[in-house]
Design a protein around this ligand. Structure first.
Ligand code: ADP
Ligand code: MG
Length: 317
């Protein structure tokens, strides 16, 4: 779907932000770019929708070089959510969401229906919010409008650049849950930038760890834990690895079990958190059994909360 072939980016001042990267992002996957500040994540993302031009090598979307795509069509077909989204202050929420559908010439009725559908999808009541101005929304709510706007014209690719990092912890958690739900509801190709390893582990189908403009390792969360390529990867993962080899018995004790949901698959309480995490690639929930009794459930939601809490406790990041 998105292919980087020996792609480099040198800025006008001579900074080489991305060095000869090769990367294949598959259709429908949730792909996470992670790494220390300044390693080239944002630059990599912005080359996909040509907010920055590649200076060497080739970048393809669906076998066509991005430079050969019509730039307007390219932007319309790629949703983009950034750290602090800028809504148009004089326009209503509905108008802000409708920007791309308007440009695409959708009929009024279709746009209205789509706006309401999206507001509902990001957890805001259309009746209450569609006619408000951005200044009448909290930071977290504005960020959700940013997500709705990015999804408006149903683009096959969504780019997200640290969409939660400017939020207070509560809004942040809320939005993480929204994205988890979205990921399950809509099948799109997501490229998601974060510097939060717990977020990467729970959201990502695959993770790409970058350093100094290059790629250090690409793989599934499991591959990162089981085959970290070097010490840098190891230190970046921190104590996530030890949490994931814990038994589900301990997970059930220490995680949020207030929403006991139905689950199509089950594991024994002696299995590991990692085994459950792998099943979550295909299933919404995993039931945990001790003998013949269900003692709990693993979902992406309680897994994310568990890993985040453990990361904070460990203080490795
Ligand atoms: P990240 O998103 O991982 O923090 P960036 O892609 O923003 O990293 O930046 C990578 C490198 O490129 C950094 O050294 C940064 O200072 C530099 N850089 C980013 N944008 C520009 C720019 N417009 N001009 C010059 N250098 C830039
Ligand atoms: Mg960045």
């Amino acid at each position: 779907m998105i292919t980087f072939k020996n792609v480099s980016k040198q800025y006008d001042d001579g900074t080489t932000a991305v060095k000869q990267i090769n990367l294949e992002i598959h259709e429908g996957e949730f792909f996470v770019l992670i790494g220390p500040s300044g390693c080239g994540k944002t630059t990599t993302l912005k080359m996909i929708n040509r907010l920055h031009e590649v200076t060497d090598g080739d970048l393809y979307i669906k076998d066509k070089r991005v430079v050969d795509h019509n730039i307007h069509h390219l932007r319309w077909n790629i949703g983009y959510v950034l750290q602090q989204i800028a809504l148009f202050p004089h326009m209503t929420i509905a108008e802000n969401i409708a920007v791309v559908p308007e440009m695409k010439g959708w009929k009024k009725q279709k746009i209205k229906a789509r706006v309401d559908e999206l507001l509902t999808l990001v957890g805001l009541d259309p009746k209450q919010y569609r006619n408000r101005k951005p200044s009448e929304l909290s930071g977290g709510q504005q960020q959700r409008i940013g997500v709705a706007r990015a999804l408006a014209a149903d683009p096959p690719i969504i780019l997200m650049d640290e969409p939660f990092s400017a939020l207070d912890p509560l809004s942040r958690e809320q939005l993480q849950q929204d994205i988890l739900a979205l990921k399950e509801k809509i099948k799109k190709t997501f490229v998601f930038v974060t510097h939060d390893i717990s977020e990467a582990m729970t959201l990502g189908d695959r993770i790409c760890l970058m350093k100094d403009g290059g790629i250090v390792q690409v793989g599934t969360p499991e591959e990162f834990i089981q085959q970290p390529k070097n010490e840098f990867v190891q230190s970046f993962i921190g104590n996530q690895g030890s949490m994931l080899v814990e038994t589900l018995e301990r997970f059930v004790k220490e995680s949020d079990q207030s929403e006991l949901s139905e689950a199509g698959v089950q594991l024994k309480s002696s299995a590991t958190v990692m085994e459950a995490m792998n099943l979550l690639q295909e299933h919404d929930a995993v039931a945990v059994y001790k003998g013949s009794k269900q003692i709990g459930v693993v979902t992406r939601k309680n897994l994310l909360a568990f890993l985040s809490a453990k990361t904070k406790e460990g203080g490795t990041l």
